[in-house]
Design a protein. Structure first.
Length: 405
């Protein structure tokens, strides 16, 4: 039995995905025998409403000097973060001594904008290889996990921050209370903490079960963010729904009473309460959806195999690890997965060991069907791969429903 990572209440899992490998643990053949697996189950804390994985591998197994996800490789992300950075620069970082700290700055996908604008900045990133990309481009990055102690060190060295940002990272950190206490210590009295992550409401509505994997140890909604940061003298003051990454929410948190609470927050909290988003009962239909989705996807793949069709995957995403391992999609069903990330290429996908190939290979070996594992970038990718479709190639989607396009 594991306890809530926020309030310590004992948890009961209500949905299981079976044995899972490390989602971004792309590996070589000689590493197959030692591959690490854990039981992936999800639960909701009845006390504070935090949606979380029951057990996860230790963070050091996930984020290290060979982390495979380089955020800048997905071009839509560059534009997305430039837009946010421009807004923060104009609205929150106009003073000469303005200071921004970004938790989990990855390869500088957002941080570069503050660096280029000449704003004092600090990235805090535990994966040394991706951090190095940003450092090589002149950004200031400290290679470490974020915690209360690290935050206090930054305050002692650099002073408090006007803005603390975190994109697709706060949900990765199991020590929620240490992060919240760190934010409380590091944030100026009128500063803001802005972070975004996949939104629980979208996962429920879309049935996007692939958003559950080891890195997403917590999955936020307005209710849990409001309650859990509230325990630390902080307050959810604004939020904004984003289409990025298959449906995300951007939360703005401030010191309690420092900023007015927006109408958007009140509306979202009311919607979530009406939906019963943090009630395990609400997820019963999702569990059925999960099982049906697997049966439908596997029956298509088995039929295509029987017909002698060639099937590949597009995007060796962390999300694909959940789908492939939950469904049992092995190399006899999916020949290879295309991915533009050099760190993933010529390796095998976690658990089921499908080979990852560069884009050239995909273009030179167009399959009959391609499972879209990066469905969150569907428009952009279908445009890039127009020729594939023109030549009769078909896409297989599984979110929100299994369908062939
Ligand atoms: O929260 C997280 C999200 C934001 O990013 C992390 N925990 C890890 C990662 O998850 P993911 O791997 O599911 O994210 P993406 O951004 O959906 O991954 C896209 C993958 O597809 C990358 O490996 C790059 C690849 N790609 C490609 O081959 N061609 C992406 C694009 C846009 C392309 O055109
Ligand atoms: Zn709790």
């Amino acid at each position: 039995m594991s306890d809530c990572r926020v309030c310590g209440t004992p948890l009961t899992p209500f949905m299981s995905f079976g044995q899972m490998p490390i989602a971004n643990g792309f590996l070589l053949e000689d590493q197959f025998a030692d591959e690490y697996f854990y039981e992936m189950q999800v639960c909701i804390c009845g006390e504070c409403g935090m949606f979380q994985l029951y057990e996860t591998p230790d963070s050091t197994k996930l984020f290290h000097g060979e982390y495979a996800y380089y955020a800048s490789n997905s071009k839509p992300m560059l534009a997305h973060f430039k837009k946010l950075a421009d807004r923060l620069i104009a609205e929150e970082l106009a003073d000469d001594d303005a200071f921004i700290v970004e938790i989990g700055s990855n390869d500088g996908v957002m941080l570069r904008n503050f660096h280029e604008a000449g704003i004092k900045h600090l990235g805090i990133e535990p994966s040394g290889n991706v951090a190095q990309v940003a450092i090589d481009q002149g950004m200031t990055v400290q290679v470490s996990y974020f915690s209360e102690d690290v935050a206090k060190d930054v305050v002692a060295r650099e002073g408090q921050a006007d803005v603390i940002a975190g994109a697709n990272v706060i949900a990765h950190i199991p020590v929620f209370n240490s992060v919240a206490a760190g934010v409380k210590a590091l944030l100026k009295p009128d500063g803001i903490f802005v972070f975004e992550n996949a939104y629980l409401g979208d996962i429920l509505e879309l049935g996007s079960y692939d958003q559950f994997y080891d890195e997403h140890v917590l999955t936020f909604c307005a209710t849990s963010v409001n309650t859990c940061y509230g325990r630390h003298g902080l307050e959810l003051v604004d939020l904004e729904h984003l289409d990025i990454h298959g449906g995300s929410m951007r939360y703005t948190v401030a010191h309690k009473g420092a900023r007015p609470v927006s109408e958007a927050v009140k509306k979202q909290l009311a919607w979530e309460a009406e939906k019963g988003l943090t009630n395990p009962k609400t997820w019963d239909a999702f569990r059925t959806h999960l099982e049906d989705n697997k049966v439908e996807l596997m029956s298509i793949l088995t039929r295509l195999k029987d017909e002698g069709k060639r099937v590949a995957g597009y995007g060796a995403t962390a999300k694909s690890t959940t789908v492939m391992n939950y469904c049992g999609i092995t190399p006899d069903l999916v020949e290879f997965i295309q991915d533009i990330t050099p760190a993933k290429q010529h390796k095998f996908t976690p658990g089921v060991h499908v080979p990852v190939k560069p884009r050239d290979y995909f273009v030179e070996n167009y399959p009959d069907y391609t499972i879209h594992f990066a469905w969150n970038f569907a428009d952009s990718i279908e445009k890039i791969e127009e020729d594939y479709t023109k030549q009769g190639g078909k896409w297989i989607y599984f979110v929100p429903k299994v369908r062939i396009k």
